[in-house]
Design a protein. Structure first.
Length: 205
């Protein structure tokens, strides 16, 4: 007995001729393929790529179909809305400042809000998170992860404002970023340093 698989070849021309003689319309090739695949075969059959394809519903979705639709952002405020809100904010801030000065006549005017003030705020926040500013005799509280976040935000600020700063603003930003990164390196080197056992008391080996 030969082990060579037997292949069944269907002559569609013969089937079509028989159907025309019997008065039946010729079946579509897809219907014939489905009919042939449904009938049990005595031996191996030649399978084409079309018959191997899965139904469309079973095919995995790829690309944009798999991605969930992103949440739609609300529309930005109009220029009129922004102008009215800014005026209301300034009036409210002025009332608060007047109340503070009425209760504390010696309080001076607040510093101007500019780019240097923004950079200094980041600097102070990062240094406090790394333990600076603790009172004498108290153990400094260190938030190393918060300090890293603040320093990284300063780095983002430097990247996004590149080429759009004055020389003085750029020097301030680069100097502050250098200082806080250096302080971070010094602090993490102490944290990662292996603990050294204390020396033995005198007279003992």
């Amino acid at each position: 007995m030969s082990d060579t698989p037997k292949f069944e070849v269907i002559d569609r021309r013969k089937i079509k001729a028989e159907e025309e003689q019997e008065g039946r319309p010729a079946a579509a090739p897809e219907a014939e393929a489905a009919k042939a695949s449904a009938e049990p075969a005595a031996g191996p059959r030649l399978v084409t790529n079309e018959s191997r394809r899965e139904p469309a519903a079973a095919e995995p979705q790829t690309g944009a179909a798999v991605q969930e639709p992103e949440a739609e952002l609300p529309p930005p405020p109009t220029a009129q809305e922004s102008h009215e809100q800014k005026a209301a904010y300034d009036a409210s801030a002025q009332r608060i400042e007047d109340l503070v000065r009425a209760q504390n006549p010696g309080v001076g005017a607040p510093p101007p809000m500019n780019f240097e003030t923004l950079v200094q705020q980041f600097y102070v926040s990062a240094m406090i998170q790394m333990g600076a500013g603790a009172q004498e005799g108290q153990r400094p509280r260190v938030d190393i992860l918060g300090a890293r976040t603040t320093i990284d935000l300063l780095g983002v600020l430097a990247e996004k404002t590149k080429g759009n700063l004055t020389d003085a603003e750029d020097r301030t930003l680069q100097s502050v970023l250098f200082d806080v990164r250096m302080a971070f390196l010094e602090l993490t080197s102490m944290i990662n340093a292996p603990s050294v056992p204390p020396p033995p008391p005198p007279g003992k080996k």
